[in-house]
Design a protein around this ligand. Structure first.
Ligand code: SAH
Length: 218
């Protein structure tokens, strides 16, 4: 895509689609305007980076649908004081959006290749408040816990216990819950003094949260 006018037009349509699908928080929209999704989608599918659709990335994974990224980010109510954990770095797009809103973002993925590719783009963008690690995110990051906000971008059968334990009182976790090959529910969990409050945001479809770190050739 070389025509700058066509590109500007697509970006405008991209923001319009986000608003019309319920992404209304101005800070989230600004972050999504600033972070170019086109950088995170390579090869064959790069032409479609500004469509509101999930797209394939390396390791058989997907970059989420932009409106879902927006709605999840909005649901987290991120502030500039927050330390956020993302489970499922994938392309790094969601982490980059979060980095514009939070104090610090920790993002983990079980695929080394995805972590390395995402790191490359994040460095290229000059973003300095993202720490990315290769690990099984179901266990969270005990050394960095507790977190103000936790976002899981792969579907779990239940919200993982270690992640709930690593959430601060007053914190929010957003996680798609359900069987991996079915429609899942996007759940928001708020941790209060008295326990956990759950609300269901919408139906979604994510790749599954898998166990363990991936082998090199997976
Ligand atoms: N947030 C990403 C999209 C994530 S796709 C983006 O903005 O592009 C889901 C990701 O979750 C995949 O990259 C997959 O490798 C990762 N994943 C699945 N199970 C995991 C686990 N247990 N720990 C860490 N990452 C996991």
């Amino acid at each position: 895509m070389t025509d700058p006018d066509a590109l500007a037009q697509r970006k405008m349509q991209f923001l319009f689609a986000l608003r019309s699908r319920g992404v209304t928080d101005p800070a989230v929209l600004t972050a999504m305007e600033q972070i170019d999704r086109g950088l995170f989608v390579r090869g064959l599918f790069s032409e479609r980076a500004y469509e509101d659709t999930p797209l394939p990335i390396s390791c058989g994974q997907t970059i989420s649908q932009p409106s879902v990224v927006g709605l999840m980010t909005q649901a987290l109510e991120v502030t500039s004081r927050d330390k956020v954990l993302e489970v499922g770095t994938g392309s790094g797009y969601q982490a980059a959006i979060l980095s514009q809103l939070a104090r610090r973002v920790y993002t983990v993925d079980r695929h080394k290749r995805l972590v390395q590719e995402a790191r490359g783009i994040i460095d290229q963008l000059g973003i300095v408040n993202i720490t990315s690690l290769i690990s099984d995110g179901s266990f969270g990051l005990p050394d960095q816990a507790p977190f103000d906000k936790i976002i899981v971008t792969a579907a779990a059968e239940d919200p993982p216990g270690p992640l709930l334990a690593q959430l601060k009182i007053g914190g929010i976790m957003v996680v798609p819950v359900g069987q991996s090959d079915a429609v899942q529910s996007l759940i928001r969990v708020r941790k209060t003094e008295d326990g956990l409050d759950y609300d269901e945001l919408r139906s979604v479809r994510f790749v599954p949260l898998l166990e363990g770190v991936a082998r090199e050739n997976d």
